[in-house]
Ligand binder design. Structure first.
Ligand code: CDP
Length: 227
């Protein structure tokens, strides 16, 4: 049976997870949040007190299990979905995810999870690295003020209080790190459809993606990454 893969990439706070989850529900596909995996190993590394700069300190990854249930990540059979959203994890995850060994192991796991399944997978390198043959590739962006505000509201709902200006600076720093790392940095696939979500509601982004996937492509806010 032919399967369909939808890749959604983009910078921090562009709405990827929320939108990817809704698109997955809509089509009854499996949702895979790859950022959650990088966050989870960052959490584990911090708990194990390993030197985050040291790539060789991440051998524990070979003894770490990941499972997704309804889009929720379980690491070593424990639901870590809340803990991985902490400010400490957010501020260390880019460093951890810049290590080649870490990326090799996690990308292999991500491909294995997506194998022979209809999936919506979100991250930073999905369209051009993890699933280069994905049927649909989207790159969601938004201006930094909008992204910081969205993250601020999301945090507030989860009882996390970080001043908006700090959040904005942390997002800028993380994007900068993610975009400039040597190994598979944050960037759109050449054939990705770029959607600027700054002035769009969540449901409108979902509708835009839905109509493209259903082949009714006629929308204003998108542009092709290929120029
Ligand atoms: O939700 P948010 O946009 O803040 O980030 P995330 O998707 O949870 O990803 C957290 C971090 O993991 C990113 O800032 C990247 O450093 C890293 N990441 C990555 O390197 N490659 C991916 N495919 C996904 C995430």
């Amino acid at each position: 049976m032919a399967t369909t893969q939808i890749a959604i990439d983009g910078p921090a706070g562009a709405g990827k997870s929320t939108i990817a989850k809704l698109v997955a529900e809509l089509f009854k596909y499996t949702y895979i949040d790859t950022g959650a995996m990088y966050r989870a190993i960052t959490l584990k590394a911090m708990r194990l007190n390993v030197e985050l700069n040291d790539e060789d300190a991440f051998d524990f990854l070979n003894q770490t299990s990941f499972d997704y249930e309804n889009g929720v990540l379980f690491m070593d059979s424990v639901d870590v979905s809340r803990l991985i959203r902490s400010r400490e994890v957010s501020n260390n995850v880019s460093l951890v995810s810049s290590h080649q060994r870490v990326r090799e192991i996690l990308v292999e796991r991500q491909r294995a999870i997506a194998h022979h399944k209809n999936v919506v997978m979100d991250g930073r390198d999905i369209g051009y690295n993890v699933l280069p043959n994905a049927d649909f590739k989207f790159f969601l962006t938004a201006n930094v003020a909008t992204r910081a505000k969205r993250r601020f509201l999301e945090n507030a709902q989860n009882g996390i209080h970080i001043p908006l200006e700090d959040l904005k600076n942390e997002i800028i720093a993380r994007d900068d790190f993610d975009s400039n790392r040597t190994i598979t940095p944050l960037k759109p696939a050449e054939d990705a459809i770029v959607i600027d979500t700054s002035d769009m509601k969540i449901e409108d982004v979902v509708k835009t993606i839905e109509s493209i996937v259903r082949g009714e492509n006629n929308h204003e806010n998108e542009s092709s990454a290929r120029r």
